[in-house]
Design a protein around this ligand. Structure first.
Ligand code: GLN
Length: 305
């Protein structure tokens, strides 16, 4: 990887941070600095390159849906998991309610929209939601090699106070039998997981782990190839919500975004990527982050297609 070319792309894309807007439906996220742009690339041979605001901390938000799905896959048979959740991309927004009622099987469309992630979390091992929260947190920490990943309490409280759309989704799923547990404690675990504070290195490590099909940098196997392949397929088709098609055409790598401004990408067999740019586009994806990933994909010929 050539550092100077990447530095040039960072400079070029820094101007896009002035476009888009930071998420405001979670009041605490309004406080984020939209001008940040960070990048970390972790190659499978262990070399790491980082740029800009790579050490700025932000909340993982929907990026945590990846370790949630991983835990659900490790703790359930595929058959059981997909009795509750489909694997269909959607042109609706990430917090959309409509398909839960209109589709005949009442299942969430996929594990990376809010309804699907809440359903996946309900299937993670643990009697109580607190144990499910711990299970996902410990998995994320091990993959990121960072035992200091913690909840941002202010963002958590803000999400919990204003998360009525997620409550609506969860109560609806309870009424149709998709959720079999109490709603509020499960949502509390979901809000805390969304509020985990990370940096570009932490999410690049998650991408690295998937790029290596389930191996940590110490060659510890935490998941098998099949689970990682499935997660990458869901990322490629659903990871950028209703922007997934455009992203596949423009960038062409499995990726997962969050409304905290992060994007985690996987270049299979090559590297994991973590990007931060808090100002979002109309799909809820980092606007400058997507532009930067587009340029990086061209430079390094990343597209899997
Ligand atoms: N915590 C956010 C929510 O549930 C996550 C959404 C996202 O990052 N797109 O609304």
């Amino acid at each position: 990887m050539d550092k100077s070319h990447v530095e040039e792309l960072m400079r070029k894309n820094a101007r896009h941070t002035a476009q888009g807007a930071v998420a405001s439906y979670i009041p605490e996220l309004k406080k984020q600095d939209p001008s940040l742009l960070g990048l970390c690339m972790m190659a499978v041979d262990g070399r790491t390159l980082s740029f800009g605001d790579d050490r700025s901390r932000f909340t993982a938000q929907s990026i945590v849906k990846v370790p949630v799905l991983l835990a659900a896959l490790l703790d359930n048979s595929l058959e059981r998991l997909f009795q509750k959740i489909n694997l269909s991309p959607t042109a609706d927004g990430f917090n959309s309610i409509v398909s839960l009622e209109t589709k005949s099987d009442k299942k969430p469309l996929n594990p990376f929209i809010n309804s699907g992630a809440i359903a996946a979390l309900s299937m993670v091992a643990g009697e109580q939601p607190e144990e499910k929260f711990r299970r996902v947190l410990e998995l994320f920490r091990r993959i990121a090699q960072n035992p200091h990943i913690e909840v941002n309490e202010a963002v958590y409280r803000s999400e919990k106070a204003t998360g009525d759309r997620n409550r609506a989704l969860a109560y609806y799923m309870k009424s149709t039998g998709i959720l079999e547990c109490a709603v509020e404690p499960l949502l509390d675990a979901y809000f805390r997981l969304c509020s985990l504070e990370v940096d570009c290195h932490d999410i690049a490590s998650l991408g690295y782990f998937l790029a290596r099909n389930g191996l940590t940098p110490q060659d510890e196997r935490l998941a098998d190839r099949g689970a990682c392949r499935l997660i990458k397929a869901v990322m490629a088709t659903c990871g950028m919500y209703d922007g997934s098609g455009e992203f596949a055409a423009m960038v062409g790598i499995p990726a997962k975004s969050g409304v905290g401004g992060g994007i985690m990408g996987v270049v299979p067999g090559r590297c994991g990527v973590g990007v931060l740019g808090p100002a979002l586009d109309e799909h809820g994806n980092s606007l400058a982050g997507v532009m930067l990933l587009h340029d990086l994909s061209e430079l390094f010929d990343w597209s899997i297609y």
